[in-house]
Design a protein around this ligand. Sequence first.
Ligand code: GLP
Length: 261
Amino acid sequence: MEIIILPTPAEVGRVAAAKIASIVADKPTAVIGLATGSSPQGIYQDLQRRIAAGEISFAQARGFALDEYVGIPLDHPESYASVIARDVVGPLGFDASRVRVPDGRATDIEFAAKEYDAAIRAAGGIDVQILGIGANGHIGFNEPTSSFASRTRIKTLAPSTREANARFFDSLDQVPTHCMTQGLGTILEARQLVLVAQGSTKAAAVAAAVEGPLSSFVPGSALQLHQHATVVVDEAAAADLQLGDYYRYTYEHKPEWQRFE
Ligand code: GLP
């Protein structure tokens, strides 16, 4: 795992975006795993800058969202289908027909979940999966005790996740209780993972995921099983890391040929 500690949230967005951009530059038809939430917003903003500069284009790329709420209409402004359309598809110039979000409204949720995993496989697999992390260590909506082997499926949101996401809704009551999320096993099949975290509220989760024992109690620790995971955090989110100085030293001494920015 590569851990990159940067001074500011803006730098986190810039460096994580450089990683995504290098993949799309090499392979314009790349399949991108798209995350919602506040954490990846800096990535999307920096990618827009690169698009405007003519460095990259997502016109031929494909996208698969990580997760979706179950129990709110498709056109609800906070459905992840709406959020992905508003924050990612439009601004990055994806072809909307090449971007999918799990169908949280399906009458047969189990079938829809299996079909989603099958569609990812049929697209050739995800080249790079963008991830944030919840304060309780969740990735996607894989709450604590999610199996490392889990596939896309319905999950019950942890009360703390509902509270954290209440800021996007008028009241806590309106936050759905369930979701459909790519499983940890699904996420681990992506060729590369890029997890970003900013701010002190993520410090404990980042340390547990990166340096703690492999445990389904901390779903983010699944990244330790991946061959090519990059974790990009600001100083506040890095505060609980025991080997912070080593990660800074490693990044400073990274061989030129390994650099992606
Ligand atoms: C959300 C999403 C995750 C996200 C996490 C952190 O509920 N389902 O994909 O990474 O929780 O959210 P944020 O980035 O807003 O802190």
